[in-house]
Design a protein around this ligand. Structure first.
Ligand code: URA
Length: 264
């Protein structure tokens, strides 16, 4: 038997551990399909245009949102995202800036087909300037790996980009001030599927507060992407019994992306 690269072995072990926690004991080999088509020319005029038939949740007018269309047309998604980051600048638009260490913009592939939205940075994220790098992030990494993907292949962002004090839920004022930047990021990445992690992400993407139970298990739509709601990884760490339900939600996302889901 050929020996395995230690990095691949570690990744495989992590994925097997996650499957085992879900009660899955038999496995299949995924056939990797043709790679994703990358749009060569970026259509700046459709950056913020809703797709036909896609309901956009109403949101509060922004007091200080910078102009939506950049003056210099970006020619690719990475540049378009960089412009949004520059618009955010050293942000002081809401009270969260007072306690933050680093703005957590996002992580991952600007051309991703799958985009995860969390709530807001915690202590580790605030220190590193990257989303989902603490314990909840480790579980999210395992969830992504269980879907047959790498973290670098997806895009990860949050409703708010600065850490709320004591990791509290962002106030509506904070979330409404910050989320337009997230919406612009989504408009640039234009993922096929968005997974909202937890109630805060679901609330600000769908524009309505509802119990998570009523939102899970079906496909919503958001700005032209399919939106699936599941539990936040931090909640799954506290109540691992819900991992099975989360896995069912992720399998909906996998089906929509044409990733082979386990048959059982
Ligand atoms: N929880 C979140 O919602 N986002 C992060 O980036 C980290 C933890």
């Amino acid at each position: 038997m050929p020996s395995l690269d230690p990095a691949i072995r570690d990744a495989l072990e992590a994925r097997l551990r996650f499957y085992r926690e879900l009660g899955v004991t038999d496995f299949y080999r995924r056939v990797v399909g043709p790679s994703q088509t990358i749009i060569a020319a970026f259509e700046t005029d459709t950056l913020n245009a809703p797709q036909e038939g896609t309901p956009i949740p109403p949101r509060k007018p922004m007091q200080s949102l910078p102009p939506v269309a950049p003056e210099v047309a970006p020619t690719d998604r990475a540049s378009a995202l960089q412009l949004i980051r520059e618009d955010i600048g050293d942000c002081t638009r809401c009270a969260l800036h007072k306690g933050r260490n680093k703005i957590v913009f996002a992580d991952g592939d600007p051309n991703a087909r799958l985009l995860f939205v969390g709530e807001g940075p915690g202590a580790d994220e605030d220190a590193q300037g990257l989303p989902f790098v603490g314990r909840a992030g480790q579980l999210l990494n395992n969830m992504i790996a269980a879907m047959g993907l790498k973290r670098e292949e997806v895009y990860i962002a949050n409703v708010v980009k600065c850490r709320p004090p004591q990791n509290r839920t962002p106030e509506p004022e904070e979330a409404n001030t910050c989320s337009p930047f997230l919406f612009r990021q989504i408009d640039v990445v234009r993922p096929e599927v968005i997974v909202a992690l937890g109630a805060t992400a679901a609330t600000y993407l769908l524009g309505q507060r509802q119990p998570l139970a009523g939102l899970r298990g079906r496909i919503h739509s958001f700005r032209g992407s399919k939106l699936i709601v599941t539990y936040h990884p931090a909640f799954l760490l506290r109540d691992p019994r819900q991992k099975k339900e989360a896995w069912a939600d992720l399998q909906i996302a996998m089906r929509e992306l044409g990733l082979k889901a386990k048959s059982s």
